[in-house]
Design a protein around this ligand. Structure first.
Ligand SMILES: N[C@@H](CCC(=O)N[C@@H](CS)C(=O)NCC(=O)O)C(=O)O
Length: 218
């Protein structure tokens, strides 16, 4: 049975998994879940993920519901010698460190703003949320002081996990050139990752929904 990815265009973690699957040239069924139409609350989807979130990966009888676990699994299972997620303990620990930072700080910093606009219908981005996001971007910039990648000296799943949030904030009007190393990293990924435009289109569609509610930009 082929892999199946349940995915939403606007969702940064979904787009990260899609970017990796395209890069790895995996064959898979893509099932697009329309969050606006509440397809993630359907009975069938709740059976896959009771937390009603995308992405979800199904591989035979394995169901995975956390994007960063999916990224690690795909490389470990389908390209285990790849530098995207090496088996060396120290290298892998550094990648995991960045993935946890993404899960607990980077993605939530962007997601907070999206939730405030989409669900609380705020017209202006709350100043505290904007500051939090900028502080996070400054930390990301400092991570790039030693290397041009987030974990070591090669592209890894840490970069692939983080980049969709950055694409989203750019789509919301943020000027990334304020963070020169982050901007250079972004441009490199934009020009080298296959099908990157799918990620940009997904971020633009989410930004369009937000701009239809708020009179603000990042
Ligand atoms: N920890 C999850 C976060 C996924 C997540 O927040 N998904 C959002 C879209 S970006 C979602 O499906 N939201 C619908 C909901 O929570 O009901 C991951 O990275 O896989």
């Amino acid at each position: 049975m082929p892999l199946t990815l349940y995915f939403a265009h606007g969702s940064p973690p979904s787009r990260g998994v899609l970017l990796l699957m395209r890069k790895m040239k995996l064959e898979f069924d893509l099932k697009v879940i329309d969050l606006g139409a509440q397809e993630h609350l359907s009975k069938e989807f709740l059976k896959l993920n009771p937390r009603h979130q995308v992405p979800v990966l199904v591989d035979d009888d394995l169901i995975l519901t956390e994007s960063r676990a999916i990224l690690g699994y795909l490389v470990s299972k389908y390209d285990k010698n790849s530098s995207l997620y090496p088996s060396d303990a120290a290298k892998r620990a550094k990648i995991d460190e960045r993935l946890y930072y993404d899960a607990t700080v980077v993605f939530p910093a962007g997601a907070q703003i999206i939730v405030s606009v989409l669900y609380e219908r705020v017209k202006k981005i709350p100043e505290k949320q904007r500051e939090n996001l900028i502080n996070t971007l400054n930390v990301l910039e400092s991570f790039l002081n030693q290397n041009s990648w987030f974990a070591g000296n090669a592209l890894t799943i840490a970069d692939i996990s983080i980049v969709p949030t950055i694409t989203t904030i750019k789509a919301l009007g943020y000027d990334l050139t304020k963070h020169p190393k982050l901007n250079a990293w972004y441009q490199h990924l934009e020009s080298s990752l296959p099908n990157f435009e799918e990620n940009v289109n997904g971020a633009n569609s989410l930004a369009e929904r937000l701009f239809s509610i708020m009179d603000d930009k990042l």
